[in-house]
Design a binder for this molecule. Structure first.
Ligand SMILES: [Fe+2]
Length: 519
C-alpha cells in the first residue's frame, strides 16, 4: 500500500508512505530554493517519487488537504501550477473520499485534522489529548480531539482568537519584515519571539489591551487589508534596539503564553499526554509554560508543527485512521529527506575540529523534516567560543543582532545543565532555563533571559551525531541551520555553494568528506 501525501499551501510538502513506513517527507522550498514556497509543482512530485523509485501509477491512495480557496488561488495566480488531477469542491468537516480521476483513490483531510494527525501519529503515546492552533486553514484556526490507539476521535474544528495572525501582522506592518512572496503570512514570528526576551511586558495591561484591540480587527473581510490590523496605526517598531519595540514584543509574547496556557488548561481532563501542533506551536517559549502551568505531564510537538507537516499528517491519517493500521509509538526520526548517499563522517576527526574551536558546516545523511536543523544540515561549534553569537549573527548567518542560538545536549547531561525543561525535546520545540553554573560554558546559546531551546539527543536516535559530541569532549554543541539567507541546504551541491559563501566557517563535512578552509 503506497500513499502519496501532498500539501499545496504555503510551506508546501510531499510525503510517501509505503506499508506504514515513511519513505520520504520533505518541503517544496528545499527543492525550489524559495523559502516557504507554495502551490502545486509537478516537478516536485516527480522528484519525490523518483527518490523512492516509484511512478505515479504505483500510488494507491492520494492523501491531501483540498481547501477550495487554495486551489482557486493557484488557479487565478498561477494556472500552470494546478494539479493534473480532479479537485473536489464538496464541503467536508473531517475527511472525504474522492476519485482522483485515473482510478487512484483519493482522501481529502481537513487542514486541522492533518495537523492533529501529524502530532499524534508521530508521538510516542498510545493515547493523548490533541490540540492544534494556527492562523487558519479550511475556515478554522484550531481543533481539539483525542488520540486513542490508532484512531483520532471526537475531532472538533474550532475558530478561536487568531493569535497567529497577530504575530504575522505585527511582523509585517510594525517590525517592517519583508514577505518572501505575496502569499507569505509573515516570516518573522520566530524573530520577534527572540526579541521579546529583551523587553518588559507592560505592567498595567494597557499595551496588551491596545494590541488586542488593534490586531483583532481581522478576519472581518472589510478589514482584510493586513494594514487595517496593524498595531497602533502602523507604528514603526523596526528599530529593535528601542525599548518600545522590545516591550511590545514582550507584551505580545506574554499574551500568547497567557492565552495558550488558558486554552490548554481548558481541555485538560486528567490525561497525561498532550500532542500539540499548528503554527503557534513553533512558539517554544509558550510551549515551556504548557509543562509548567497545566495539568499535562508530557508534551509532544512534532518536528513540523506548522503547515510543513500537512502532507505527512494527511498520509498518516489515511494509513492509521482510515485504513485501520496500528500505531507503534516508536520515536519518529525527522531525517526523512532524500538520500544523497554521501557516506559516513569520521566521528573522531569531526569531534577534534569541534574541540579545537572550529566552526563547521555539517552535512550528513538525509535532511530534516520541518523548519529546524537537527544535526544533519547544521552549522556546529563550541558554544563557549567568546562572542560566538555575534560572530555567527554578523559574519556567518547575517542575522539580526538579537537572534539567539540553540544547543544539542546529550540526554545524560540535560538534567545537570537545564531546569524548567521538557524532557521530551528531540525536535527543539520547547525552551528551557540554563542552570547558573552552565551559563558561561554555554554562553553562545544562553539567551538574554538565560533560556535556550535545546535539542536533547538520545544516543539511539542519532548515534553518529551523539558520538561526535562525545568525541568533542564538549558538554553541548551550538547548532544552527546550515543556510545563508535561503532555505536550509538540501543537496551536496547546495552545501558546497553555501560553504563557499561563508568565509568565517572553518570546515565543511559532507558525509565521508572533509573540506578544511585554508588559513
Ligand atoms: Fe496550518
Amino acid at each position: 500500500m503506497i500513499i502519496l501525501g501532498l500539501y499545496y499551501g504555503h510551506n508546501a510538502s510531499a510525503c510517501v508512505i509505503k506499508d506504514g513506513k515513511v519513505l520520504i517527507n520533505w518541503e517544496l522550498e528545499r527543492h525550489s530554493r524559495i523559502k516557504h514556497d507554495y502551490g502545486y509543482s509537478q516537478e516536485f512530485v516527480n522528484k519525490t517519487l523518483e527518490h523512492c523509485n516509484l511512478q505515479w501509477t504505483d500510488i494507491n491512495i492520494l492523501a491531501c488537504n483540498f481547501p477550495k480557496a487554495i486551489i482557486n488561488w493557484i488557479g487565478r495566480k498561477q494556472p500552470n501550477k494546478l494539479p493534473p488531477f480532479k479537485v473536489i469542491d464538496t464541503a467536508y468537516s473531517e475527511s472525504i473520499e474522492f476519485n482522483v480521476g485515473d482510478g487512484t483513490r483519493g482522501v481529502a483531510v481537513n487542514h486541522h485534522l492533518c495537523h492533529a494527525a501529524s502530532a499524534y501519529y508521530t508521538s510516542p503515546y498510545s493515547s493523548a489529548r490533541i490540540f492544534t492552533w494556527d492562523g487558519g486553514g479550511d475556515s478554522e484556526n484550531a481543533s481539539t480531539s483525542f488520540g486513542r490507539g490508532n484512531k483520532i476521535e471526537q475531532y472538533e474544528g474550532l475558530v478561536k482568537e487568531n493569535i497567529a495572525s497577530y504575530w504575522s501582522s505585527i511582523c509585517f506592518n510594525n517590525y517592517r519584515m519583508k514577505r518572501i512572496h505575496e502569499w507569505d503570512p509573515g516570516s518573522g514570528a520566530g524573530k520577534i519571539m527572540g526579541l521579546s526576551s529583551y523587553g518588559t511586558p507592560d505592567p498595567n495591561g494597557e499595551l496588551e489591551t491596545k494590541l488586542r484591540q488593534d490586531l483583532a480587527l481581522a478576519p472581518d473581510p472589510k478589514n482584510f487589508d493586513p494594514r487595517a490590523r496593524a498595531f497602533n496605526q502602523c507604528e514603526d517598531l523596526s528599530d529593535t534596539k528601542r525599548f518600545r519595540s522590545q516591550n511590545v514584543a514582550a507584551t505580545l509574547q506574554r499574551y500568547t503564553v497567557k492565552r495558550l496556557v488558558s486554552e490548554i488548561e481548558n481541555i485538560y481532563q486528567g490525561e497525561t499526554n498532550l500532542c500539540y501542533s499548528g503554527g503557534l506551536a513553533l512558539n517554544c517559549i509558550a510551549n515551556r509554560d504548557i509543562i509548567k502551568r497545566t495539568g499535562f505531564e508530557n508534551l509532544h510537538v512534532p518536528p513540523f508543527p506548522n503547515d510543513t507537516g500537512l502532507a505527512i499528517g494527511a498520509a498518516l491519517y489515511v494509513w492509521h485512521h482510515v485504513l485501520n493500521n496500528p500505531k507503534t509509538n516508536e520515536y519518529f526520526s525527522p531525517y526523512t529527506g532524500p538520500d544523497y548517499k554521501v557516506g559516513l563522517p569520521d566521528v573522531q576527526k569531526v569531534g577534534e575540529l569541534l574541540r579545537a574551536g572550529k566552526i563547521i558546516c555539517y552535512y550528513e545523511g538525509r535532511s530534516e523534516s520541518g523548519p529546524r536543523a537537527l544535526g544533519h544540515r547544521s552549522i556546529l561549534c563550541d558554544p563557549s567560543i567568546p562572542s560566538i553569537r555575534k560572530i555567527l549573527n554578523e559574519k556567518v548567518k547575517y542575522r539580526e543582532w538579537y537572534r539567539p542560538y540553540a544547543p544539542i545536549i546529550l540526554e545524560e547531561y540535560a538534567e545537570e545543565m537545564l531546569e524548567d525543561y521538557n524532557k521530551w525535546s528531540p525536535y527543539m520545540q520547547t525552551s528551557a532555563v540554563i542552570k547558573e553554573e552552565y551559563r558561561e560554558k554555554l554562553s553562545g546559546v544562553n539567551h538574554v533571559d538565560n533560556t535556550t531551546r535545546p535539542q536533547i539527543l538520545k544516543k539511539e536516535h542519532n548515534p553518529i551525531l551523539y558520538n561526535i559530541i562525545v568525541a568533542s569532549g564538549l558538554p553541548a554543541v551550538l547548532n544552527t541551520s546550515f543556510n545563508y539567507q535561503e532555505p536550509i541546504v538540501e543537496t551536496p551541491d547546495d552545501a558546497l555553494l553555501t560553504f563557499a559563501n561563508m568565509g568565517h566557517v572553518d570546515a565543511l563535512i559532507i558525509g565521508d568528506k572533509i573540506y578544511e578552509r585554508e588559513n
